[in-house]
Design a binder for this molecule. Structure first.
Ligand SMILES: O=P(O)(O)O[C@@H]1C[C@H](O)[C@@H](CO)O1
Ligand code: HPA
Length: 305
């Protein structure tokens, strides 16, 4: 995208547009969510755990993008998870769908304007770390933003400073820090909860690398990413994390290792979306228990500042 296109994209998802969408949603439901959840490929079952649901198809929400990927239902679900008011994206947006990066991350700003304080993101990812097995759940401790290295960052374009000074950090500063992107207390909480639930055998922590997709990686690319320090590779999450942190929400993120990245020219394995969705189904129940228990403990730990 050149500068003019970036300005155009940014101006289409202005503070006023986001506010209009948030106001519309707030007028349609009494739920006032403190937790926002994003479901990765094949992980939309998480939303089904919400009680007293009020759900909206993305196509009915003003200014909202549409889901185009199999395994992403395209519904925004409000409800409670063990008594905690939540909003859950059953389906997210990816760069490869052809949307401007500002559009795929706009829901994070809507979350903020709805009152969300903590964002929990999930994704499906290929395992680069040779110790990882399919079905492992990786707590994300850091990321590598490959599209960002090439200048494709959701915060590129004008920064609406007006709101920094007038409206208490809506949306945020020009140069946000990312060394604390993934909340360390929440990572520890997830390990504690995982251990109580008996999930330690398949719970990991690591670095997630985002690529643009939609093609899966070559063997040489996987080897390179692993050497660079990535434990898992995917096509989402990082852009949302940047925007969520920019507007001051706490972030916790998980990758489900749905397939092993192919690192060897003798391997017969081939990455494919069906396997990704299938692994999601197999781990859905544990993932849901992990996330819903974390949400409950947020309350007990008084983590809502
Ligand atoms: O939305 P996520 O990151 O979970 O989706 C992953 C990346 C691609 O969209 C798809 C590949 O199977 O799954
Ligand atoms: O191997 C992968 N690569 C990129 N994205 C993915 N999403 C699930 N698996 C993968």
């Amino acid at each position: 995208m050149d500068g003019r296109e970036q300005d155009e994209a940014q101006s289409k998802y202005s503070f006023e547009d986001c506010q209009a969408t948030a106001d519309w949603l707030l007028s349609q439901t009494a739920v006032r969510p403190l937790v926002g959840i994003v479901c990765g490929s094949g992980l939309g079952g998480l939303a089904d755990a919400l009680k007293d649901q009020v759900a909206f198809n993305y196509r009915d929400i003003p200014n909202f993008p549409q889901s185009t990927v199999h395994g992403h239902a395209g519904r925004l679900v409000f409800g409670t998870l063990k008594g905690r008011p939540c909003v859950c994206m059953q389906g997210r947006f990816h760069l490869y769908e052809g949307y401007p990066i500002q559009k795929i991350t706009m829901p994070m700003r809507i979350f903020k304007l709805l009152g969300v304080e903590t964002v929990i993101l999930t994704n499906a990812a290929g395992g680069l770390n040779q110790d990882y097995k399919v079905g492992d759940i990786m707590i994300i401790k850091d990321h590598l933003n490959m599209p960002g290295f090439a200048g494709n960052n959701p915060l590129a374009g004008p920064n609406d400073e007006r709101h920094v000074y007038v409206c208490l950090f809506r949306f945020g500063v020009r140069f946000p820090c990312m060394s604390d992107a993934y909340d360390r207390e929440l990572q520890q909480l997830a390990f504690d909860v995982g251990s109580e639930l008996g999930f330690s055998d398949f719970l990991r922590e690591g670095v997630y690398c985002v690529l643009g997709g939609p093609s899966f990686e070559t063997i040489a690319e996987c080897r390179m990413l692993h050497k660079l320090g990535a434990d898992a590779v995917g096509m989402s999450t990082v852009h949302e994390v940047i925007v969520a942190r920019h507007c001051g929400m706490r972030v916790f993120a998980l990758s489900l290792i749905t397939n092993k990245a192919v690192m060897d020219y003798d391997s017969e394995e081939k990455a494919n979306h069906e396997e990704v969705l299938q692994t999601g189904k197999q781990r859905a129940e544990q993932l849901e228990r992990l996330v819903s228990t974390i949400v409950t403990r947020l309350e007990h730990n008084n983590n809502f500042a």
